[in-house]
Design a protein around this ligand. Structure first.
Ligand code: SF4
Ligand code: SF4
Length: 287
């Protein structure tokens, strides 16, 4: 293992503490002598100075990472209807392909380098708190589509020492790749494995480059952005559009009682991933 990677892992190893204490603890922990640690400490200091105090703040006017559920304005959310995916074999793979192509997600040949914005996982691993002894065969036979939950109380935001990840006032947990120092605190803090790290230059592994969306660089973390670039233009997320008329994914404003997503939530029993953690995911599942 090379030194740089060892440094990353050393820092990531203390990330739980960083998640608990924010920039103050993180700043102390990364103030070692290696170049990576020194860079992390420098950026922590700059972020703290900019904020005027020790802890990074969420976007002004946003929900912050307080666990408070905002009740006005847009709060974007998603419903994933697993019944529809079971009815339409191949649809989930189409969704993954669409999202990854549009967002220049690289396709690394080695699985350990994999970058995922949306992907498939076994039911039991997606919903460990919802497992039961005698499982329905349909659930066992079909993997579940997972993505960043755009949590209302996102631990990744609290853990980031540079404010490279933050929550927008519409609930989207976003990233500024240029601020990311590759410490991977956010990855360790996310209980859903929703973040991936670019160990290599992703630009060498993009199959069909989309010039309308920025690519990332080696040494940064990335994840689903809930198609913020499309939502800002009044469009549906690409994954939702890829589902066509199936209604396998429904996107909308959770704060609007008349929105389609609220009607679907009202009419169906839905579950969220690992609800006991108090992250308040904005992605709901009909199983
Ligand atoms: S799923 Fe993970 S990456 Fe996404 S907002 Fe929640 S904690 Fe952050
Ligand atoms: S919302 Fe956009 S970025 Fe997120 S999984 Fe869907 S297509 Fe990908």
């Amino acid at each position: 293992m090379d030194k740089k990677r060892r440094d990353f892992l050393k820092i990531a190893g203390v990330s739980t503490l960083a998640g608990l204490g924010g920039a103050t603890v993180a700043g102390r922990l990364v103030s070692g002598s290696s170049p990576v640690q020194a860079r992390a400490a420098h950026v922590v200091d700059s972020a703290a100075q900019e904020a005027g105090h020790g802890a990074p703040k969420a976007e002004a006017g946003g929900h912050g990472a307080t666990g408070e559920v905002a009740k006005s304005g847009n709060r974007w959310g998603m419903v994933i209807d697993m019944r529809k995916f079971r009815e339409h074999p191949g649809l989930a793979e189409k969704v993954v392909h669409t999202c990854h192509s549009i967002h220049n997600v690289p396709n690394f040949p080695d699985k350990k380098d994999e970058i995922k914005w949306i992907w498939l996982m076994e039911y039991e691993n997606v919903f460990p708190e919802h497992s039961h002894y005698f499982k329905n065969k349909e659930l066992l036979d079909h993997e579940v589509l997972v993505m960043c939950n755009h949590c209302d109380n996102p631990p990744c935001v609290k853990a980031c020492p540079t404010r490279a990840t933050f929550k927008n006032k519409d609930g989207i947990v976003a990233m500024d790749y240029h601020r990311c120092i590759g410490c991977r605190f956010c990855m360790a803090a996310c209980p859903y494995g929703a973040r991936s790290f670019n160990w290599r230059n992703p630009r060498d592994y993009i199959e069909n480059y989309n010039r309308e969306f920025p690519s990332r660089m080696r040494g940064v973390v990335e994840k689903c952005n809930l198609c913020a670039e499309r939502v800002a233009l009044g469009k549906q997320p690409a994954c939702v559009e890829a589902c066509g008329d199936t209604k396998a994914m429904i996107f909308g404003n959770l704060n609007d009682p008349d929105s389609e997503i609220r009607q679907v939530l009202k009419a169906n029993y839905t579950i969220q991933r690992k609800p006991s953690l108090g992250t308040h995911p904005s992605v709901f599942y009909i199983v």
